[in-house]
Design a protein around this ligand. Structure first.
Ligand code: NAI
Ligand code: MG
Length: 392
């Protein structure tokens, strides 16, 4: 039997992860679950939010189901360390970013698919005095390890870095800026990783019947990095005669987001642009309660909802949060390990609950979260799970 490393993490991660496992079991997916420590508690107690023992578990079992973690700014992080760890030079790193980098989980997939009847679906005017609801079905492929989030950055860059940069003619603009007054974040792409993310996008489009792949970049300005994305995409496209290659600029794509989102099949982008565009599309299909994702490397894969730990709802009992983003992430895990039949069964059950419209978490009712949402007709997190299980 397969073993899944379950990493609930912090806050509502501890709520939605066990609910997902309860659903997986009800749907007939047989697995062992081992618990992986991750998150704020381990930063505070051990000075490491991603303990080595969790890395070892993933190394061994390959598949992780992750809830969410809490991150705090540098100073707040150090202030919350156990007293005996203070002043020992511990530096906080986001454990999910560390996981992606450690296992080279370079392919991030974020499907944004509208469910029929979801009251949070985007609608627009049809130009004839009425409204239309485009059925968005767009899958974002985000390069997950390099680019703007690669972490190669400085405030007050060392002299060698400054000297190297000064060889570039455009550095004239900064000639009078002292190093200590300078902040630098780099955007480095490697050809290998660029080819991998673009190939993954085309393969996905082919396998799932999407007719277009869009590279969403900014090659007119970011001539080198976006240029590499677009050029590699043109090369790779040659192997996929039935799939069209489009390219859009990230800024224009955000402007068009609401104009014709239903036209886009698969979109591929660098790390930061992929982050932006996937949040944009997620907003059209229900937002954080529905946004799921996969982080896939050659060897290891971790599946997680896009949302964070929502600390303000952590203490609410019963819980009010929407577990569907976590359920859909668990379905992506099933797809990945060739359990597509069970995944489809769960997705169908979720679709039925949404379309029926009787069971809604507070976010689906567009009301403010809090202990009083049940009086207003919202269901609890567990009731949502129960409703999905009942449809299986
Ligand atoms: P968040 O995603 O935790 O929450 C933002 C808002 O979205 C919440 O106030 C809540 O109203 C709503 N929300 C989130 N998940 C929901 C769900 N399942 N159902 C219904 N409503 C939901 O982001 P926020 O508040 O910016 O960050 C909170 C903490 O989470 C921070 O420490 C942040 O660093 C961390 N974070 C972690 C992520 C991860 O684990 N991958 C991703 C984003 C944030
Ligand atoms: Mg984001």
């Amino acid at each position: 039997m397969r073993t899944i490393v379950s990493m609930p993490g912090d806050g509502i991660g501890k709520v939605v992860t066990p609910e997902a496992i309860r659903l997986l079991e009800a749907a007939g997916f047989k697995a062992n679950y081992v618990h992986g420590d991750i998150g704020w508690e381990f930063w505070q107690k051990e000075g490491n939010a991603l303990p080595q023992r969790t890395i070892d578990l993933l190394e061994e079992h390959k598949i992780g189901l992750f809830g969410a973690i809490t991150s705090k700014p540098k100073d707040a992080a150090v202030a919350e360390l156990a007293p005996e760890l203070q002043d020992k030079g511990y530096v906080y790193f986001s454990p999910i970013v560390s996981l992606r980098q450690h296992f080279n989980l370079d392919i991030c997939t974020r499907p944004c698919k509208a469910f029929k009847g979801n009251p949070l679906n985007f609608i627009r005017q049809d130009g004839k005095g009425g409204f239309e609801e485009p059925m968005v079905d767009t899958v974002i492929f985000r390069q997950n390890t390099e680019g703007m989030y690669g972490g190669v950055e400085w405030t007050n860059p060392p002299t060698q870095v400054r000297d190297a940069l000064d060889t570039h003619p455009k550095m004239k603009t900064f000639a009078n800026v002292k190093n200590e007054d300078m902040a630098i974040s780099t955007r480095i792409l490697s050809r290998g990783a660029t080819q991998r993310i673009i190939s993954a996008a085309f393969e996905y489009a082919k396998k799932h019947g999407y007719t277009n792949v869009t590279v969403c970049e900014k090659p007119n300005v970011l001539r080198e990095t976006s240029g590499m994305m677009v050029n590699e995409a043109k090369e790779i496209k040659k192997d996929y005669p039935d799939i069209q290659l489009w390219d859009t600029n990230i800024d224009a794509q955000m402007m068009w987001l609401t104009k014709n989102p239903e036209d886009y099949g698969v979109i591929v982008a660098e790390n930061m642009f992929g982050d932006i565009i996937s949040d944009g599309f997620a907003g059209l299909v229900g937002g954080l309660g529905f946004a799921c994702s996969a982080n896939v490397g050659d060897d290891v894969a971790v599946f997680e909802p896009t949302h964070g730990s929502a600390p303000k709802y952590e203490e609410l009992k019963p819980s009010i949060v929407n577990p569907i983003a976590m359920f859909l992430s668990a379905c992506m895990m099933l797809d990945h390990i060739d359990e597509k039949e069970i995944a489809d069964k769960i997705r169908k059950a979720i679709a039925e609950v949404i379309e029926e419209g009787k069971t809604k978490t507070y976010d689906m009712m567009k009301i403010r979260g809090g202990a009083d949402v049940f009086e207003k007709g919202a269901c609890t997190t567990e009731e949502m799970t129960d409703a999905v299980i009942a449809k299986l």
